[in-house]
Ligand binder design. Structure first.
Ligand code: SF4
Ligand code: SF4
Length: 458
């Protein structure tokens, strides 16, 4: 809930924010009132029984994780004809090589490879039930092997233990939600995901079996480097997203091993087995905003989520509310900044989905993911402009502290965009016209839905 005109104080640093009990946490964000006046306000989060937005209703069904990877190619083929995506991929790859040769700022060789190494190292090397994401023990000794009984503690102590370990392994935010089978995808990696009355998880060529006794979900958030994100859309900004995805794999893998070492089952998941946003809301990590993404009070939407399912009994957290939905009603900064026009400008959220990428049966400001992906294709990046402009996205609370102490109200409205700011220590080469002098932006825009060409990275 927004509390108006309180004295401004912000003494904690980024690390401290993550461990403040959430019912006592206060945050300072820029806040625009209905007349457009902007000022820094203190907000506090409070526990609620249900999130303000995103609760499931009649018609909500389990999503298919496989659709996340196949939907865009199918829609592209239906929209632009068979082979259109393949043709676009070849063109993108040719263009990417040329931009490297031209040392285009944000897309030169080191920018590209910064991104490729950050994301490719772990993000693409993991599959559900395999490697780091194994559903069974990798190497940790069991209590039985050590000749001791399994860990035993009250549910609240067990929750605190697991959250402490999660923070050590790299999570900035950690919460516990009850298992909700509706939020677990019904298909992933070409396999059916099923719940059964079995003792241990099972992974076969056809099925991923989750024991029904795994009734607790540890939900973790790792912040994305907003200094990189501010350069969106560029390969440098992509490095921030890719790196966090790689870190997710490490964090869920180590936390799962820790839980197994206590004598319990653990199933890690990074980007495929479940819908993380509703789990994160139930675990009290944040609320659902106009971007149709999770927004946390601490890091805004600049986080990536992952989960561990377990049968270790723990005290569950409650959802929180910090006034986001009210703010989103008139803020619309993300929708205004979206270069693809993919985000909703409606004043009120609704149950009306925008396409098969949305899961019906809950209320939200639904996005047009097809337009979003078209822009990703055309720009050769994963964009994230909406994330950077949200006033809750503030990767460096300490900077805001300095601003407040200087009495200079509201010169920080969000992490902000700085697409042309060099990231490497020395200056990047200045932008050059393309070799043949063409207006590349317009050339690219020919294949885009109307209105998108003007939005391509300059
Ligand atoms: S990622 Fe970019 S294109 Fe997609 S919704 Fe956000 S701002 Fe729009
Ligand atoms: S930028 Fe979007 S998600 Fe963030 S507060 Fe504004 S409307 Fe909500």
């Amino acid at each position: 809930m927004i509390e108006n005109s309180k004295p401004l104080s912000f003494e904690h640093d980024a690390a401290a924010v993550a461990v403040v009990p959430r019912e006592k946490a206060n945050f300072v964000v820029p806040y625009s009132d209905a007349s457009g006046q902007t000022a820094l306000r203190e907000i506090s989060s409070r526990h609620v029984d249900q999130p303000a937005l995103g609760n499931t209703a009649e018609g909500f069904e389990r999503f298919s994780g496989d659709d996340m990877f196949t939907l865009y190619p199918r829609l592209k083929a239906a929209h632009d004809g068979e082979g259109a995506l393949e043709k676009a991929n070849v063109a993108n790859s040719t263009r990417a090589s040329r931009w490297i040769r031209e040392s285009r700022p944000g897309f030169d060789l080191r920018d590209r490879q910064l991104s490729a190494a950050a994301g490719g190292t772990l993000m693409y090397g993991v599959r559900p039930g395999q490697g780091l994401l194994s559903w069974t023990r990798l190497a940790v000794p069991t209590p039985a092997e050590l000749g001791v009984p399994a860990y035993s503690a009250s549910p609240s102590e067990a929750a605190s233990t697991v959250k402490d370990a999660a923070r050590l392994y790299g999570a900035a935010l950690a919460g516990i939600a009850p298992m909700n089978e509706l939020f677990v995808n019904r298909h992933v990696d070409g396999k059916a995901v099923v719940f059964e009355e079995v003792e241990v998880p099972e992974v076969t060529n056809e099925r991923l079996v989750i024991p029904r006794r795994m009734r607790w979900v540890v939900v973790l958030a790792i912040p994305v480097n907003v200094d990189l994100l501010a350069r969106a859309p560029s390969a440098v900004a992509d490095a921030g997203c890719g790196l966090t995805h790689s870190q997710l794999a490490f964090t869920v893998s180590t936390l799962s091993e820790f839980i197994r070492g206590l004598g319990y089952q653990a199933i890690p998941s990074v980007n495929e087995t479940a819908q993380f946003v509703p789990f994160a809301m139930d675990a009290g990590l944040g609320e659902l905003g106009r971007m149709n993404k999770l927004v946390t009070p601490e890091f805004g939407s600049a986080v990536r989520l992952c989960t561990v399912f377990t049968d270790l009994p723990m005290a569950c957290d409650k959802p929180i509310e910090f006034g986001l939905v009210d703010r989103c009603r008139h803020c619309k900064a993300c929708a205004k900044a979206c270069p693809a026009g993919a985000l909703s400008f409606e004043d009120e959220p609704s149950f009306q989905v925008r396409g098969p990428w949305n899961n019906a049966g809950h209320e939200a400001w639904f996005e047009d993911s097809y337009r979003c992906f078209e822009y990703w294709q055309a720009s050769g990046t994963a964009c994230a402009v909406c994330v950077t402009v949200c006033p809750f996205t503030k990767g460096e609370p300490a900077r805001m502290t300095r601003v407040i102490r200087a009495g200079d109200e509201c010169i920080v409205s969000s992490t902000g965009r700085a697409p042309d700011r060099p990231w490497w220590v020395e200056d990047l080469p200045s932008d050059k016209p393309s070799a043949d002098g063409r207006d590349e932006t317009q050339a690219l825009g020919r294949d885009l839905p109307r209105g998108l060409s003007a939005a391509l990275p300059k």
